[in-house]
Design a protein around this ligand. Sequence first.
Ligand code: IMP
Length: 430
Amino acid sequence: MPVVALIGAQWGDEGKGHLVDLLANKARLVIRYGGGNNAGHTVVNHLGTFKLHLVPSGIFDPGIVNVIASGVVIDPEALIKEIAGLEASGVSTAKLFVSERAHVVMPYHMLLDQLQEDARGIGKIGTTGRGIGPAYADKMSRTGIRIGDLLHEETLLNRLTAVLEEKNRVLTRLYNVKPISLHDTYLRYLEFGRQLAEHITDVHPIIHRALEKDLPVLLEGAQGTLLDIDHGTYPYVTSSPPGAAGACQGAGIGPTQLDSVIGVFKAYTTRVGEGPFPTEIDGPDADILRQIGTPWAEVGVTTGRLRRVGWFDAVLARYATQINGIDTVAITKLDVLDTAPTIKICTGYQLHETQLDYPPATVAVLGQVEPIYEEMPGWMTPTTHVRHFHDLPDAAQAYVSRLCQLIGARLGIVSVGPDREQTIIAAEVF
Ligand code: IMP
């Protein structure tokens, strides 16, 4: 049975939640492997519309085990709220397991995220302000607090005492803000631990028993490859590895155990936050892509920020395929292009006298490239009702086929609307 990683292949917001919800039906185990509540997945299904930030999208099927794995950083208050919201809508979270190895996003992480952003001034990254960068930084500095620590009074007190001493020195002396109370934070996070205790466990045996039994496993990505800490548009990136390698690391499975990597690409490109975006556009074409006022509106699920929009960038798409070993392509939001008379695809970059077919590593250089476009005719016909690839208008089929050719992997799925049913399965993916 397959172990499949579904990963974002652009700058996040590719519509992964929608696809995980669809594919989760076939899985017995869904694992969220990285990132934190900087992610936001909108899932529309028979139970309603849900915005998930930490809970894996397999949660809607009571037969599926859902794991928040060790690579995730967790704001316990946000997770408790998300669980309560799901339960209130009749969604059981009994089979949600949280790795005791996952790190906690603490109040000083959120505070420092905002203070550091302010201090960056015009060089700001445009973070989601959820404390993600500082939490991962502490994990790497070995000063982090893990979810499992919230269940052990003495461990929590000892770790928090040591960490807060340093954080408070930074907060008061460098940023001139009030210190964080050890007493209040300790009691608050102990209480969060109590509330989450039934979910917190060692997820290693759960994951590896499923692999030994050959059960179908879905690794659910958050963020996108171009936000990768190593391979993204640094420093305008998140602080984790959101791709296929990160899936293995975050979930604690070996790379040879992955059977397939599905790369999720929007039929165009969007980005939130700062950083270079070679195919970014404005004007009437951008309005078509933005879809303001529709369920597809390009507004961040987590932050409510308007997303920047642009044409499909095949240079970056090919790069994402190489980084992740993508073998199957999911194209989302094809219907957004239903009213575009002409559609552009960036197939290369012009950098002064040189043509490039890969993205320069330095953002200052990436910011200087001029996209080389090829144009394809639009189809100017609604596609939201289409369920089979060959029922798409010819021009839409040609567009999707061209994208797959440029990406360098086979087509698996096309989505033509936000509902689970508005999906075209072009090839067996799971
Ligand atoms: P952080 O992850 O909050 O530190 O933000 C770093 C960068 O990643 C910013 O540009 C964010 O807008 C971006 N980012 C983080 N999470 C997401 C996501 O789920 N979708 C899209 N962009 C994201």
